[in-house]
Design a protein around this ligand. Sequence first.
Ligand SMILES: *Cc1c(COP(=O)(O)O)cnc(C)c1O
Length: 378
Amino acid sequence: MSTPFTQRPTRIVVDLDAIAANLRAIRAHAGVPVMPIVKANAYGHGLLPVARHLQAQGAERFGVAFVEEGIALREAGITVPILVLGGIFAPQVTQFLAHDLEITVSSLSKLRQVEATAEAMGRRAAIHLKIDTGMERIGVHSDSAGAFIEAAVRSRWCEVRGVYSHLACADDPASAMTALQLERFLEACGHFERLDAPMPVRHLANSGGILHFPETHLDMVRPGILLYGVLPDADARAEVAVRPALSLVSQVVYFKVVRAGCSVGYGATWTPGRDTRVITVPIGYGDGWPRALSSRGQVLIRGRRHRLVGRVCMDQFMVDIGGDSAFNEDAVVLVGEQDGEAIRVEEVAVAAGTIPYEILVQLNERIPREYRGGQAAG
Ligand SMILES: *Cc1c(COP(=O)(O)O)cnc(C)c1O
């Protein structure tokens, strides 16, 4: 991918083979077809390189959030079915049909909008019906889904390929919410039988569902974060053998000794009690590295963990290495492994007071991405 920052020592390294292996592991675990979710720049890993590699490795379809992401995939030569998960606006329907993208239909009025455009274009729309079973985001409430499903299956201009819902609490194996959502979802799916209509593909499980609730796997699963080898939250157990695909590395750009009593960084929030060695790393919140890691996050230098000190700046942060030695251009690992030590995204998220998803997706285009494995790099 073109970026004006390719000379930066700071880079994201993506192991495409790890993502492909994770997809195989998820498929084997769930025992049903898989819809890899590649929204938000493939969770920060790079939409096109990831999708091209997975398609070459046999991915049967993709899921994205927005129509723009679906169009980008089509223009990059992705030919398998693509479902756009987000809610639609009427003027977008022509784009869905022109690019052969599957549409999430989440209400009766949106169904009518899709039908009208499909008829005008003389082209049938491929749709998945969205049922709300407890998320209260988009979708028809399961207890009033009968008329909606009936209108969809009777539609001349829509082909119902799927019916789905989204789990609100799948990260928590102890939550009773998931069982309730599954029950509501299956009840709504019962309308297809009542109408004597063919049952479309039923899908419900995100990564949490895949890991903790096998009964939610149904006809297809929709892994996002798990595909990239990251668990939905730090407490989750890895029931599927996946490995992280993303590393984030930089280099020491400056070394100094900070005297006892001299504060470091904006706001003078951290002051060493004794002389100490402090290095500077050229990446900051302007790259998506969270400011919340100020004086909390850790990095690896020469195989050892060291703590960020002072506030994370827009383009740089400082690290106290105590009595250890470090030199300009030494490798700094923010996420990934070095000499047998590792920092995982889940750990970074806890330190920043957020979830692993947010850490990954906010790593922005200012950081060049480098691809290992596969042939689809670039
Ligand atoms: C993002 C998303 C997923 C993937 O969620 P993960 O928790 O990352 O596995 C699945 N389904 C829908 C509808 C989504 O929006």
